[in-house]
Design a protein. Sequence first.
Length: 249
Amino acid sequence: MIFRQLFEPVSSTYTYLLGCEETGQAVLIDPVINAIERDLAELYRLGLTLAYSVDTHIHADHITAALELKNKVGSKIAAPAFDRLPCADVGIEEGVPLKLGSIELQPLHTPGHTAGHFAYRVGERLFTGDALLIDGCGRTDFQNGDSDALYSSVTEKLFALPEDTLVYPAHDYKGRRVSSVAQEKKRNPRLGEQRTREEFKQIMASLNLPYPTFIDYAVPGNQQCGVCPDHLPNELQKYCLQMTQSIQG
Ligand code: FE2
């Protein structure tokens, strides 16, 4: 399998490119609209055809490139069926793998950050979205977030996978790229083995995080599979403008 981890610096999002060497088909996990030209250039360079884009959840911090990719190269939009997005071509459900060539994405419903959040396992790699970050996790205070549900998703579902499973998160704000189930079980300060459910809920309830800058534009845009609003305030235009340099994450 061809694999690339790509970084979008405005929202510190990792987009994952997975390509099948036999069929030349590819999927992008969590593509970002302002990095679409970078992603298409990478696919072209690798000689791959984009069959699908797939999102882990309805993002609040960036706009997905799903719809723009479909319009540009005809890729299908896969998204969690839970969210019932009319713009999705394929509704992702747990137990029903998304297949392209020799690649199989195994969807795992992991509610808590959002109710419809999914992680995807591909062999020894686990794409955890915002359910599990390196030494952290996504917030649980909006979009039907639920710390009780997130504790169950991570400790009962993701931590049940083999310990050598590699953890690839949707974000990292400190330049870290990959972890493992064993490492997160051992030392994740919120969800590692020393934390009880009650401790986790207490931690999440006392984070006092600021209201997300872009959420009021991102969520409605992502409910349409990735539409940039017409009139963005100047300071938010960077969320929709193309990346000016090809930064590799
Ligand atoms: Fe998120």
